[in-house]
Design a protein around this ligand. Structure first.
Ligand SMILES: Cc1cc2nc3c(=O)[nH]c(=O)nc-3n(C[C@H](O)[C@H](O)[C@H](O)COP(=O)(O)O)c2cc1C
Length: 205
C-alpha cells in the first residue's frame, strides 16, 4: 500500500515502472518502535529490547526507538500540527516528526492500563499529525504479567492506528507473563517468542 503511494508520488518525475523497481530493491527498511510506558521498573523496556534485537539480527531493518521515558514529551500541551508555523515548535519535536515521515513502518509496544492504551503511548502519538504516519503499516505488540498479554489495549490500538492512517497488520503479537517470557536484557525465555514471531513478514507488505 505504502509502496503504491510512494510510487504514485514519484511518478511526477519518473515513470511508475522505475519507481516500483526502486521500492522493490530497497535493501533496508526503517521502522520506529513506540514504547508505551514511562513507569518506574517498567517491563516494556525488555519487550522493546527483544523486538529491536529480533529485527536487527535479520539485517534488513534500521530500528529506532521513541521512548517517552527519554524523549521530552510533556502531557500534551500543543501538538505539532496545532502550530500555525511549525518552525516555531520545539526543534526535537520537528525532528521526531521528520523521522516518522521517513519511516517505512511502526511497531507499537504497549502494556494495558485499566484495559486501555497506556497514557504515555497515546500522549506520545498525539503529538504528531496523522498525515506523518499515513500509508504505512504498523504492528501491535502487547504484553502483561498476566495471561491475556495486554489484548484489550491491542484492540484499542487497532482503532487508533486506523485514525492515524497506519492500520495495524493482521498479526498482533501478545506476550503473556512477560516477566517470564523475556529477561531484562531482552533475551527470550521460551520458544513462542522467536518461533511464532513473524511480525516483520507482514510489515514488509
Ligand atoms: C495503572 C495500571 C493499570 C493496570 N491495568 C492493567 C490491566 O487492565 N490489565 C493488565 O493485564 N494489567 C494491568 N496492569 C498491570 C500491568 O500490565 C503491569 O504493571 C505491566 O508491567 C505494565 O507495563 P510496564 O511495566 O511496561 O509499565 C496495570 C498496571 C497499572 C500501573
Amino acid at each position: 500500500m505504502y509502496r503504491q503511494y510512494k510510487s504514485s508520488e514519484e511518478a511526477n518525475t519518473k515513470s511508475t515502472k522505475m519507481a516500483s523497481k526502486k521500492a522493490a530493491s530497497s535493501p533496508t527498511l526503517k521502522y520506529i518502535i513506540f514504547l508505551g510506558s514511562t513507569r518506574e521498573g517498567r517491563l516494556g523496556e525488555r519487550v522493546s529490547k527483544f523486538v529491536s534485537n529480533h529485527l536487527t539480527k535479520k539485517g534488513k531493518y534500521d530500528i529506532s526507538v521513541f521512548d517517552p521515558g527519554v524523549m521530552k514529551f510533556d502531557m500534551l500541551k500543543k501538538p505539532l500540527h496545532f502550530y500555525k508555523d511549525r518552525s516555531e515548535a520545539p526543534e526535537w519535536l520537528q525532528e521526531a516528526n521528520e523521522q516518522i515521515k521517513k519511516a517505512d513502518g511502526f511497531l507499537l509496544i504497549s502494556c494495558e492500563y485499566n484495559h486501555c492504551i497506556p497514557p504515555a503511548l497515546a500522549n506520545m502519538l498525539d503529538h504528531f499529525p496523522g498525515s506523518s504516519f499515513s500509508w504505512r503499516p504498523s504492528a501491535i505488540i502487547t504484553y502483561s504479567p498476566g495471561i491475556y498479554g495486554g489484548m484489550r489495549a491491542a484492540m484499542q490500538l487497532r482503532a487508533m492506528t486506523g485514525e492515524l492512517g497506519c492500520i495495524s497488520v493482521s498479526n498482533i503479537f501478545g506476550v503473556p507473563e512477560v516477566h517470564k517470557a523475556i529477561d531484562s536484557d531482552g533475551v527470550p525465555q521460551n520458544d513462542h517468542m522467536e518461533k511464532d514471531n513473524d511480525i516483520d513478514k507482514e510489515l514488509r507488505y
